[in-house]
Design a binder for this molecule. Structure first.
Ligand code: NAP
Length: 276
C-alpha cells in the first residue's frame, strides 16, 4: 500500500488518499483500539502439541502463543527474470514509482505490464518523465477502462503493444532495453533511463511451507469466513486466493477474519453465542 501514489476507490474518501497516509491512519486507529505492534520476521508456525489448540509463532526473539492466527502477509512485486534486471536494480530498475519516480525528471522511462498497477505507475511517472513508454505483451490493456482511458489521453504516455522486454542494458545505470514483438518475434531497442516493472505480485507465503493449503500461485485458500485449511488459522488480503485485490477488499477480508477468529476463540472457551 505504501507504494500507491493515490487511492481513489476507497469508500468515503472522495478526494482520494496517498497509500502512505492511509497506512498511518489505519495504524493510529488500530492503536487507539489497543492493538500491539511487534516487528519481526516469522520463522515458523506450529501447534504447541498434538492435542493442543494453541499455535506457536516463532518470530525474532519471541515465541508468541495464541489460539488463533490471522495471516495478512501480502505479496511482493513479481520479477521479469531477465538479464540486467538484478544488475540494474536501484540503478534504473525499480518496482515502485512513488519511491523512485522523482529521480527521473525529464528522462524517458519504460514501464512493463498492462494491469492496474502498470497503468497507475505510468500515469504517476508521467508527472516527472520526459516520456513514458508502456510495454505490454498484448494489444490491449488488462487495466480497468477508467485508468486505460486516462493513460491513452495522456500526451506523455506511449504504448509498445505486443512486446516484451528481453534484456535491460546499461553501464553503471540503465541506458536501454531490448524488446521482442510477441507476434512476429522481431527485435528492437528502446533508449531509456528507467525501467519500472509492474507485472503483478507474488504472495508472501513461502515461509508457511506445507502448513496450510495454497493454490497453484501460492495464494492461501480460505472459505468465505476467511478460515484456512488449518483450524484456528485465518487469512486476509492480497495473500489470499481471490478475484479482486483492492484496499477495500483487503479491509473487508480483515474484518471477516477478525470476526471469525473471535468467534472461534469464544467457541473454544465455551462462551459462544452460537447455536451449538
Ligand atoms: P495484474 O492485474 O495481474 O496484471 C499484471 C500485468 O502484467 C498483466 O497485464 C500481465 O499481462 C502482465 N504480465 C504478467 N507477467 C508478465 C511477464 N512475465 N512479462 C510481461 N508482462 C507480464 O497485476 P497488477 O496490475 O500488479 O495488479 C495486481 C492486483 O492489484 C490486481 O488485482 C489489481 O486489480 C489490483 N490493483 C488494483 C488497483 C485499483 O483498484 N485501483 C490498483 C493497482 C492494483 P497479461 O494481461 O497478458 O496477463
Amino acid at each position: 500500500l505504501t507504494m500507491a501514489d493515490l487511492i481513489e476507490n476507497y469508500p468515503g474518501l472522495p478526494e482520494g488518499i496517498a497509500g502512505f497516509s492511509l497506512i498511518e491512519k489505519l495504524k493510529k486507529q488500530a492503536k487507539n483500539f489497543g492493538l500491539e505492534f511487534y516487528s519481526a520476521k516469522v520463522d515458523n508456525v506450529k501447534l504447541e502439541d498434538r492435542e493442543s489448540n494453541i499455535w506457536q509463532i516463532k518470530a525474532g526473539e519471541r515465541v508468541l502463543r495464541s489460539f488463533s492466527i490471522i495471516l495478512a502477509v501480502g505479496a511482493h512485486p513479481r520479477k521479469l527474470g531477465i538479464k540486467g534486471e538484478d544488475e540494474f536494480s536501484g540503478k534504473g530498475v525499480s518496482y515502485c514509482a512513488v519511491c523512485d519516480g522523482a529521480l527521473f525528471k525529464g528522462k524517458d522511462i519504460v514501464v512493463a505490464g498492462g494491469g492496474n498497477s502498470a497503468v497507475s505507475e505510468a500515469l504517476y511517472l508521467s508527472r516527472f518523465a520526459g516520456k513514458v513508454i508502456l510495454v505490454h505483451r498484448r494489444n490491449r490493456l488488462r487495466a480497468v477502462s477508467l485508468l486505460a482511458e486516462r493513460a491513452k489521453n495522456n500526451q506523455k504516455i506511449e504504448f509498445a503493444w505486443d512486446s516484451v522486454i528481453t534484456e535491460i542494458i546499461g553501464k553503471d545505470t540503465v541506458r536501454e532495453v531490448s524488446l521482442e514483438n510477441t507476434r512476429d518475434k522481431s527485435q528492437s531497442r528502446l533508449a531509456c533511463s528507467g525501467v519500472f516493472i509492474s507485472i503483478g505480485y507474488v504472495p508472501n507465503t513461502g515461509f508457511l511451507g506445507d502448513l496450510i493449503k495454497l493454490d497453484d500461485y501460492g495464494c492461501i485458500i480460505t472459505d468465505q469466513e476467511m478460515q484456512t485449511s488449518k483450524t484456528g488459522i485465518f487469512a486476509c488480503g492480497d495473500c489470499r486466493a481471490k478475484s479482486l485485490r483492492q484496499v477495500v477488499t483487503a479491509a473487508s477480508d480483515g474484518a471477516i477474519a477478525a470476526f471469525s477468529a473471535s468467534e472461534y476463540i469464544d467457541r473454544l472457551k465455551g462462551q459462544s453465542y452460537g447455536t451449538e
